[in-house]
Design a protein around this ligand. Sequence first.
Ligand code: ADQ
Length: 459
Amino acid sequence: MAKLVVISNRVAVPKARGAAGAQGGLAGALNSALRKHGGVWFGWSGQESEEGAGGGINTQTHDGVTTATVDLSKRDIDEYYNGYANATLWPLFHYRLDLTEYERETGKGYERVNEAFAEAVTPLIEEDDLVWVHDYHLIPLGERLRSRGITNRIGFFLHIPWPPTRLFVSLPYHERLVRTMLQYDLVGFQTQEWLDSFLHYCTKELGAEVDEATGSVTLDGRTVTAKAYPIGIDWDHFHAQGDSGESRQAEQRLLSSTRHRIAMIGVDRLDYSKGLPERIDGIGRFFDQHPERVRDLVYIQVAPPSREDVESYQQIRALLEQKTGQINGARSEVDVVPIRYVNRGYTHAQLYGFFRAAKIGLVTPLRDGMNLVAKEYVAAQDPEDPGVLILSRFAGAAHQLEDAVLVNPHSPDDVADAIGRALDMKIDERRERYEKMVGTVRDDNVQKWTADFVRDLTG
Ligand code: ADQ
């Protein structure tokens, strides 16, 4: 069986046995795929050093999986990571032209780091290895590997949306970027919608020959297959977390602190794509329309900060604090505070407990490649007395979870109506909706996602 070489911006260095449970779904699934095939996981260590990626590779092996990491220089982190990846590609791919920065210098930094990654990882790739590159940080990496004579099968998976052609063409050198993608053998997207946008671009802007039925894209004599592979959660691992004392304690803690009120929960990285201020507006609208229901409902927002070096992320944090403060200021009583805003992360075991205690899960990104929180919320429900998932139509997950209460996250009225519906929903309807969703959450899990991609990459 061919060895697998996984390449991503960051590497989750596997902990020694016993501590492995602390890893998230994606890291766990990639680790198990790497263990199965034997393999290497290459990427940035998360550390800054003066020499950067040229300073050498640090390798570690645990449980049959080798991780190989390089550091980045301050300039690389500024230009490649905070700059082009997170201030240009991330907002653009989430349809936020208003937040997208176009700087030639950061674009050069992006290409420089991709080149340095290719240089560092090439000696690790042996004949017949399968190479799997992840996400928007590393789009041109496959082409950089090809230029070094790597002829192995190379696949790429995009974890975030692919924007419509009309938005995408605002990116300077967009054609150059997409042409590099045609150097892969397999390109994966989360949903058919993002795949369609990609194929549309290839047809209209590159004049490529596209077969929509098979996803094959041919240009200048090279053919790449593009296909949708919806990512899922690690169902077994997540349920094992739910069985722990830590999880039950978290559930009890939430239940006893909310007492007669129904808890509604949101768990998101603090990111403008997650629609947090818009969500708070929807909750505010609900309380405006039903002031008495402040005694029925408490909203808990768990949002640990991320990418704090990027200005738009500092702004979103300030805006969220301001909006939450306004509602709490206007509607709190001595014994009732409508919104609890928690600025930290929790373990998956604790999140499982919170999800189970919360009778409404509110997941309203303005745009999201998939959104695993929606799937985790469903997975954590009590089948006999499940809660209600309110889900944005613009999350990739909405394509699979059609029986959630789907909302337009831009409309405070729509979100407010959905909250009212969820609060009053009878047990029969809650069960019916849950039963329709839980099968796909369980079966279309992260192991299936990994196996499907690797099977197609093997060809
Ligand atoms: P993210 O944008 O990070 O992922 P998501 O898919 O929701 O979004 O995954 C977040 C993960 O982090 C979940 O497992 C969640 O439980 C965890 N998490 C979130 N908040 C947390 C907190 N406060 N404490 C602890 N854990 C927390 C990107 C794309 C998504 C895509 C995934 C996977 O943006 O669209 O679904 O990759 O491909």
